[in-house]
Design a protein around this ligand. Structure first.
Ligand code: BV8
Length: 257
């Protein structure tokens, strides 16, 4: 059987299970935004961490050491995110939310799921569209609220502390309510779809494992094998922007819509 035939067979079986799902969780990582032109983190040679040292950029210590350098790096990245648009993978997941009871649990900070029309989205690692002061006493700012320059981080209008992106850096705990709800949904869902994640960053990476251990069917979508491919009931090997629309079309066909 060719690779394409294997994918079609697995995709049909996965769609049949999805079409009769009671409660679905979709767990996404940077790969789901790759076809929107946003770099992933760990792909050999092209990922963000293949070009930059995360410990020099994505930690509170790095920000304290050189706030202007880290701020400028994030302003460059967020500029690319602002130019990006949802791709067919994001739109397929928004369509799936209209077919089954579904929550997206994302590690991504780009907000593309929401821009594609998904409503129930849990952001485990924060957002590129939200800022807070380093003391975390004042949060929920937009960039316009703090009128930052690309060169130097602005100061909090309420307390004068440095402003920082409201994203989760290495060594920082995830937003407790978001992680708690994500793990609760994972332990109660009957199907979990993992899309575009290497599955190496904890504690977020526990979400698919929690679902699998609770007996949920696991569908893994990735062009390359990842941490979930072996434990998955169906490993759908391909880019999310191609596999997800086909998967949702199959579910619609089985649902007669
Ligand atoms: C924590 C910031 C408690 C936001 C990120 C030492 C000290 C402290 C902690 C640790 C430590 N050692 C280990 C840890 C835990 C650490 C961790 O897990 N490290 C890993 C790397 C080993 N975790 C933490 O620090 C977390 N906090 O543990 O706090 C604590 C506190 C103190 C002390 C101990 C513990 C915080 C983790 C969050 C870090 N923040 N980014 C930003 O700037 O963006 S990391 C980054 O990784 C992003 O958040 C990203 O979302 C996340 C996961 O990456 P992926 O999304 O999976 O992306 P990746 O590139 O890896 O994979 C992409 C996949 O897509 C690939 O498989 C590829 O094949 C696939 N793909 C490619 N094209 C497509 C595709 N898929 C589909 N379609 C395509 N077209």
């Amino acid at each position: 059987m060719s690779g394409g035939d294997r994918l079609a067979t697995s995709l049909g079986a996965a769609a049949a299970r999805l079409a009769r799902a009671r409660r679905v969780v979709v767990y996404t990582g940077a790969g789901v935004s790759k076809e929107s032109g946003i770099s992933t983190f760990r792909e050999p040679g092209e990922g963000i961490w293949a070009r930059y040292d995360p410990m020099q950029l994505a930690t509170a210590e790095a920000y304290a050491r050189d706030p202007a350098f880290v701020w400028r790096w994030y302003m460059d990245r967020f500029g690319l995110i602002d130019q990006a648009a949802p791709n067919p993978g994001h739109h397929a997941l928004a369509a799936l939310e209209r077919l089954v009871s579904l929550t997206i649990v994302t590690q991504n900070i780009d907000g593309l799921h929401q821009r594609a029309g998904s409503h129930d989205v849990i952001e485990l690692h924060g957002s590129a569209h939200r800022y807070k002061c380093v003391g975390e006493r004042h949060t929920g700012f937009t960039l316009a609220d703090v009128s930052g320059s690309d060169e130097a981080p602005p100061r909090c209008p309420r307390c004068g502390d440095l402003i920082r992106p409201d994203v989760v850096w290495f060594g920082e705990t995830l937003p407790a309510a978001a992680l708690e709800r994500a793990l609760e949904l994972a332990s109660g869902c009957d199907v979990l779809i993992a899309v575009g994640t290497s599955g190496v960053v904890y504690p977020a990476a526990l979400v698919p494992v929690t679902a699998h251990q609770a007996g949920a069917a696991l569908i893994d979508v990735n062009p390359e094998p990842d941490a979930y491919a072996d434990m998955a009931d169906w490993f759908l090997q391909g880019p999310g922007g191609e596999v997800l629309p086909r998967l949702v079309d199959e579910v619609k066909r089985r649902r007669g819509v």
